[in-house]
Design a protein around this ligand. Structure first.
Ligand code: ZN
Ligand code: ZN
Length: 366
């Protein structure tokens, strides 16, 4: 059981610099850990800000938090998974705090420590560099920019046999965040109206989730015509190009709005789009020193609400299973937003994702 395994990893060594490939050794596994042979890993915005040194994670580090693959080995106490199981990895939560106990692990009090400290809580590491140099890991409890990743029983989830790894990978964060916010937090119902501000991967997932929930009016707001067209193809009923219509006043009134941009001005527009008793969900943090400028009278007199949502809220397992089910019925066409890259092209994939050239870059491991 307590073996070690050799693997290749893309290592972020200096803020803002490209990834460099290195040889790592994974293991030995703790009792509740699993070893995953990574077959695909998506690139998410948080990987970019972490690589650029803006998240405060220690370097050098193996990033990656949308990994999918095959269980290769399990720790002594793992009961839900066995070698050969197809899984997707998501964020790690503690399972013991109040939020975890009531079934909302996305709000786990220990999430920062478990996902961003660069190691296990006791300071140890699940992977090492073969050359003996320091290395940090456990990013989101997985560090999946590697051919092998060590996760925990708590943050891996089974995926259907017919769901390709490259489509399953983004369910671990970006796609789950958009869809989960619609279903778990906004509780969008049939016949309601939803505005999605920013239709990248998270926003397009929100559009697909709102369509699946039966929302009658789904407004996609973005500045890129290609994204707007894709949103319309995936279920949006109205599109607004914010580059041409700066006020976006035609969006109002909606029952629900979701901001995926983290841009203070856009958040203001999203709030202004709410009708009576409307709710705005924020999923992307603006820069730390920026303050929201919301008119409290508009909030109160309109009986409106604002929510901060982490990873789509609720539980990752439930959201992932629902997306996979809808995909199998042709109602959540993940293939429309995914662009495949070889793992060796990680720096190109990052660049394309940053420049908005692709919606969701997913790397496929050999
Ligand atoms: Zn917890
Ligand atoms: Zn993410």
């Amino acid at each position: 059981m307590n073996d070690c395994w050799r693997a290749a990893a893309a290592i972020a060594s200096d803020a803002g610099r490209e990834f460099e490939f290195g040889d790592i050794v994974a293991g030995p596994l703790r009792d509740d850990e699993v070893l995953v042979a990574v077959k695909a890993a998506g690139i998410c915005h948080t990987d970019m800000v972490a690589r650029d040194g803006l998240l405060g994670v220690p370097m050098p580090i193996v990033l990656g938090h949308e990994g999918a693959g095959i269980i290769q080995a399990v720790g002594q106490s793992v009961r839900s998974f066995a070698p050969g199981d197809r899984v997707v990895m998501s964020y790690l939560s503690c399972g013991e705090c109040r939020e975890c106990r009531v079934g909302v692990p996305a709000s786990c009090a220990r999430l920062p420590e478990l996902c961003f400290s660069g190691g296990r809580p006791d300071g140890s590491h699940a992977v090492q560099q073969q050359n003996g140099r320091a290395l940090h890991d456990r990013f989101f409890g997985q560090s999946s920019f590697a051919t092998l990743a060590v996760a925990n029983e708590r943050n891996v989830f089974h995926i259907p046999a017919d769901l390709p790894f490259e489509l399953a990978a983004p369910l671990g964060c970006g796609v789950m965040t958009g869809a989960g916010t619609i279903w778990n937090e906004l509780d969008v119902q049939a016949g309601s109206s939803v505005a999605v501000f920013g239709v990248g991967a998270v926003g397009l997932a929100a559009v697909m989730a709102a369509a699946a929930a039966g929302a009658e009016r789904i407004v996609a707001v973005d500045r890129l015509p290609t994204r707007i067209d894709l949103a319309l193809a995936l279920g949006a009923t109205q599109a607004v190009n914010a580059a041409q219509d700066a006020s976006v006043s035609c969006v109002r009134p909606v029952d629900h709005a979701i901001d995926t941009t983290g841009n203070i001005q856009v958040i203001g527009q999203a709030f202004a789009s709410l009708g009576q008793r409307g709710t705005l969900a924020l999923i992307a943090p603006p820069p730390p020193k920026q303050q929201l400028n919301v008119n409290a009278a508009d909030l109160i007199l309109g009986s409106r609400r604002m929510l901060g949502v982490i990873e789509g809220g609720g539980s990752a397992g439930g959201t992932i299973a629902h997306i996979a089910h809808l995909h199998s019925r042709g109602r959540f066409p993940l293939e429309r937003i995914v662009t495949r890259y070889d793992f060796s092209s990680i720096n190109q994939a990052m660049l394309d994702a940053e420049r908005g050239k692709v919606i969701k870059a997913v790397m496929c491991m050999p």
